[in-house]
Design a protein around this ligand. Sequence first.
Ligand SMILES: *Cc1c(COP(=O)(O)O)cnc(C)c1O
Length: 823
Amino acid sequence: MPQKPIVYDAPTPERRATTVEAIQAEILERLIYSVGKDPIVARPHDWLRATILAVRDRIMDRWMESSRETWRTSHKRVYYLSLEFLIGRLMRDAMSNVGLMEPVQQALKNLNVDLGDLINMEPDAALGNGGLGRLAACFLESMSSVGIPAYGYGIRYVHGLFRQEMSEGWQVELPEDWLAHGNPWEFERRESAYEVGFGGHVEPVTDPDGEVRQEWQPNEHLLAVAYDTPIVGWRGARVNTLRLWSAQPIDPILLDKFNSGDHIGALEESSKAEAITRVLYPADSTPAGQELRLRQEFFFSSASLQDIVRRHLQQYGDLGSLPDKVAIQLNDTHPAISVAELMRILIDEHGLKWDYAWKLTKGTFGYTNHTLLPEALESWPVALLERLLPRHMQIVYQINAEVLTEARTRVGFTDQQIAAVSLIDENGGRRVRMGQLAFVGSHSINGVSALHTELMKQTVFADLHKLYPERINNKTNGITPRRWLMQCNPSLTKLISERIGPDFLDDTDKLKGLLPSAEDPGFQQQFAAIKLENKRRLARLIKDRVNITVSPEALFDVQIKRIHEYKRQLLNVLHAVALYDDIRAHPEREWVPRVKIFAGKAAPSYWNAKLIIKLINDVARVINNDPAVRGLLKVVFLPNYNVSLAEIIVPGADLSEQISTAGMEASGTGNMKFMANGALTIGTMDGANVEMHKEVGADNIVIFGLSTEEVEERRGRSEVPRSVIDASPRLREVLDSIASGVFSPDDPHRYRDLVGGLYDHDWFMVARDFDAYCAAQAKVDAIWRDRSKWNAIAIRNTASVGFFSSDRTIRQYAADIWNVPTA
Ligand SMILES: *Cc1c(COP(=O)(O)O)cnc(C)c1O
C-alpha cells in the first residue's frame, strides 16, 4: 500500500558546537546521563562510550540533512548489497572525516583520558572475511565522500569473523564478540522491520479482474529488524547509512506458544530465528553450501528489497521509475537471489506483467564478480531451493526458459554453449548457478581489475558474454585514502602536505606532485625517517604480541592476507628457508637483514591453509633461535589479522608480498594499501598488480613469475613438476629439509604431504615459480643496499597510488553503471 509521501523543506540544521570546551562538557554529560557513570569511577570503556556518543552527536545533523536532501531533490539512490562489511573501528574514521581529531583529543586530555587508548579499545567490526568485505567498507566511505545518496545493506552478525589464537603454532578459532559492550554507533529501528518467509507452497489465486497470480504462502516466518550506522564521508560531505538486518522471531507466534504453555517451543522458535544472523561464515573464496547460508542470503536480500521498494513507493508512488531512481549493486553472487525476489515482489505483490517486471529488474541491478574459479562459484541444489523458496524456483525456471530461447535463436550457438548459459547446471545433481542468475538479471556485470575482467570474458562468462556482449565492464578496485593513508599514517600525510600542499587530501591524483621530490636527498631522508618510526612501532607490537625482538633497521618483508594456497604464503616460507640455508652456508657474505612478517586467518575447514600457518611458526622457531643466523633473518607470524592490525603493519612495511599464482587473484586491495604507504611490491602479473606496474613504472616494482597464459599452458600440459624441482638444487634442498622434519622434529612427517603436493601436481606453481621468486628477492636486496635508490622508489610508489583510490572506483561505478552524478 503506498504510504503518504514525506515532504521535507530545508531548515538549516542546528550544529553542535565543536570547540574543545563544548566537546569536553558533552563527553561528561554523556558519561553521566547516557552511560550512567560518575567520572570518578568511570572505566575506560565508559569513557569510550561517552566519547563515541559525543562524536556521533556531531554527525546526526548531517545524517538527517543528507537524507532530507535526497527526498527534496529526488536524486537516484544507490544500494550496495553485500553479505560482508569489514568495517573495522569507526571512531577515528568518523572524527577524522569531520575534523574532530584535535578538539576531541584535547577535550579528553583535559579529562585525563588518552584518546589513543580509547581508539585502541574500540572493537574491530569484522563482519567479513577479507578483501570482498573490506572493499564494501571502503566503497561505503567513498560513496559518502563523493556525495552519492547510498545505503549499504548487510547482516548484523552477532559474531563476526573468529578470533585467531595460536596454540603451539596451530591456529585456534575462538568466537568473536564485538557486541559484548554494546554498540554505541548503531540505532535499532523496530519500525523498519519486515517479514521474511521460508518454505511452504505456491498457490494460484484469481484476482477480482479475472487475472491469475501466483501467491507464495511460506510456512515459516521471521522478522528482519534494521540497525542503522552512520557512514561519514571525507570532510563530512555526506552521511550515508549502513543498514544491517537482525533476525528475530515474530512475536505473535511466540506469544501463542507461550500462552499455550509451550515455553520450550517458544524458545526454540526464537533461537531458530536468531540463528540466521548469529555468525558470519568464515570461508573465503569458497562457497559455503549449507542451508543456513542460503537462508542468510535470502533473509538479507528479501529484507533489503522490501525496504527499497517501500521507500521508492513512498517517494514516487509507482514502480515504473525504479531503474531511474534506484540502482542496486550485488557484491558477488551472495545477494543474487535478489533478482528472483524483486521479480516476485513486482509480479506477485504489485501485479506487474512479466516482461515489464523483467525490464525493470535488469535496469535496476548491477553485479560485481569477484572470482573466476569454477569451483568457487556459488550454486544451490534445485531440491533445496524448491523446498526453501518454491516461488523463487519457479521464477528462476521462467527466467531460464527465456534465456535459453534467446540462446537457441542466436545463430552459431552450439548445444554446449546453450548448456553453459543455462541457469541450471545439469551435471551431477541439478543446481542453480547464482552467477548466471546475477548475470542475466543485471544490465552491468563488472570485474574488479583489467586482467580479471578480460579473463571473465574468456572463461566463466564466455558464452553469456557472446549472448550479451555489451554488459561486461571493468571497475578496478580501490581503497579509501582516508583510512589507508591519512588515518593510519598521519606523519607521512603531514610530510606530503608540507611538500606539495593539502590538495591531495581531496584528490589523490595530486600525489603525482611528489614525483620530482623522489630524487631529493633531503626529502628521501624525511620519508625514510617516518618509515623508520612506523617500523619501530611495529617492532614494539611484535615484541608485545609474540615476544620476538626484531631490528627496525632490517628490511620488513610483509605478507598479510587470508591464508590460501593461491596466495602462496608457502612460496614465501620456502624463500625464508632458502635464505636460512644460504646465511649458514655463507657466513662471510654481507646479508641484508630481513624480517619476514606474516599475518592472516585460514578458513577453519581448510587443512592445507592451517598447515601452512603451522609451517610458518615451525620455521620461525628454528630460524629465530639459531645463533648461526646472527639475527640476520627473523620470521614472525602475528595472530588475529584484522583491519586494525593492518592499519599498524602497513605503514611499517618496506616490502609488500603480492605473489599469487597468475590468474587467480581477482584484484587484491592489500597491494594498494602498501603502495600508498611507500612499500615496494614484489609480485606476479596478477590482478591489480598489472595496473600498479603500469602506474608506477617497471623500474619501481619487482615483477616475477609465470604469466596467466603460461600458468594455463603448464596446467594443460602433463609436465611432471618433479623435473622442475630436480632442476633446482636450491629448491630441492629446501623441500628435503621441510619434508624430512628439520622444522618439525616432534613430528617429522608433518609436512610430507604438503611437500608431496608440489612434486605431484603443483597446481599453484609454487615449485615452478621458486627460482624466479628467489631471483626477484635478490633484486630486492640489491635495491635495499642502495638506500637512496630504495627511498626514491618508495616515494614514487606513494606518488603513483592516486588511481587506486576507491573514490575513483566509485566515480566510475556512478558514471558507467548507476548513472548518478558525483560531486
Ligand atoms: C585489505 C584487507 C584484506 C585484503 O587483502 P588482500 O591482500 O587484497 O587479500 C583482507 N583483510 C583485511 C583485514 C584487509 O584490511
